[in-house]
Design a protein around this ligand. Structure first.
Ligand SMILES: [Zn+2]
Length: 327
């Protein structure tokens, strides 16, 4: 019996704009090792070399060989074609029309399954929630540098016709608002994404020190410490997030909204004002109160990497067609 057949492992990769997370799991989905490396974005060769380095480190840490890898799941922040393994566009990785799936299949000598990172994270979030209670429909709302939702409908990942289902970051919220990178004006992303939150606070403070680096986390911290201008920004952001949640719930009748991404990492400082905004939005409507119940809103534990979990689950499912994403 070959080593792969005797002792197979699954490899999950979450390739972000700044870092690569790698996780190795055994057949029973017990984590064997996990590594985080910086992403090399100079060009495609540098990116692939960086991925290989991260994978080697994870293999060494788990004391397994490359030959034991059964299949690999890879989450990529951009537009990908899971059928061909091509990355059509990943701005943060400096990739355009690149056959990342084929290249990694050759380098790692194992089948590689690509998917957009937020959709991978939706699969990982689905698994997490399923471990608490049976669930069929959920939306994973990622709020970070960008804004996007991953949808699980009737227990399956829903991609839409072009893999764009859930790209609500580019729904127009304020037609007179700021220009968005996508070419539209006033997209959701221009208000609730991390950089947009930082920008709004900077604009609200006339005496701002330009040298000081402002992030969404610093705005949440300042709001919690009682800074009135930060509180005004967070209230506006949270009201807008509450509306986005209402679209998702009313469009798909999901049982849960699970929050992820860098902005949601602010934890209670992020969630409490969103719950407050949802309560305010629902105040006069029994329908909205039922649909937007606070129990439906979930934060993942900070140490749960939904995207790498999802990558492993997708690799496992695709490698054994018919296997559900449930453990
Ligand atoms: Zn846009």
């Amino acid at each position: 019996m070959s080593l792969r057949a005797a002792n197979p492992v699954w490899l999950g990769l979450d390739i972000g704009g700044t870092k690569i997370a790698v996780v190795l799991m055994d057949q029973e989905l017990r984590p064997l090792s996990g590594e985080i490396f910086p992403t090399q974005t100079a060009d495609a060769d540098a990116l692939v070399a960086g991925i290989e380095t991260a994978v080697c480190a994870a293999l060494t840490a788990a004391q397994v060989t490359a030959g034991q890898i059964t299949a690999v799941g890879v989450g990529v922040p951009g537009l990908v074609n899971p059928a061909t393994g091509e990355v059509h566009l990943a701005v943060n990785l400096n990739l355009q029309h690149y056959p990342l799936g084929t290249v990694l299949t050759e380098r790692l000598n194992a089948p590689v399954y690509l998917e957009n990172d937020v959709r991978m994270a939706a699969l990982g979030a689905f698994q997490y929630v399923q471990q608490q209670k049976p669930v069929s429909n959920l939306a994973y709302l990622s709020i970070g540098t960008g804004v996007s939702a991953g949808l699980i409908l009737d227990g399956q990942l829903y991609r839409g016709s072009h893999g764009m289902a859930g790209e609500i970051g580019h729904i127009i919220v304020d037609p007179a608002g700021e220009m968005c990178a996508c070419g539209l004006r006033g997209c959701l992303e221009t208000i609730i994404a991390g950089p947009a939150i930082a920008r709004q606070w900077q604009a609200a403070c006339a005496d701002f020190d330009d040298e000081k680096e402002i992030t969404a986390v610093s705005v949440y911290n300042a709001a919690q410490q009682g800074d009135p201008s930060a509180q005004t920004v967070i209230e506006h952001v949270s009201t807008t997030i509450a509306r986005a949640i209402q679209w998702l719930v009313m469009a798909y009748d999901v049982e849960h909204i699970v929050f992820g991404g860098g902005v949601a990492k602010s934890g209670a400082a992020f969630l409490d004002p969103v719950l407050h905004a949802l309560a305010k939005l629902s105040a006069g409507s029994p329908l909205a109160q039922t649909m937007l119940d606070a129990e439906k809103m979930m934060l993942l534990p900070s140490d749960y990497n939904a995207a790498t979990w999802g990558s492993i689950l997708l690799a496992r499912k695709n490698h054994k067609p018919g296997l559900s994403t449930e453990i």
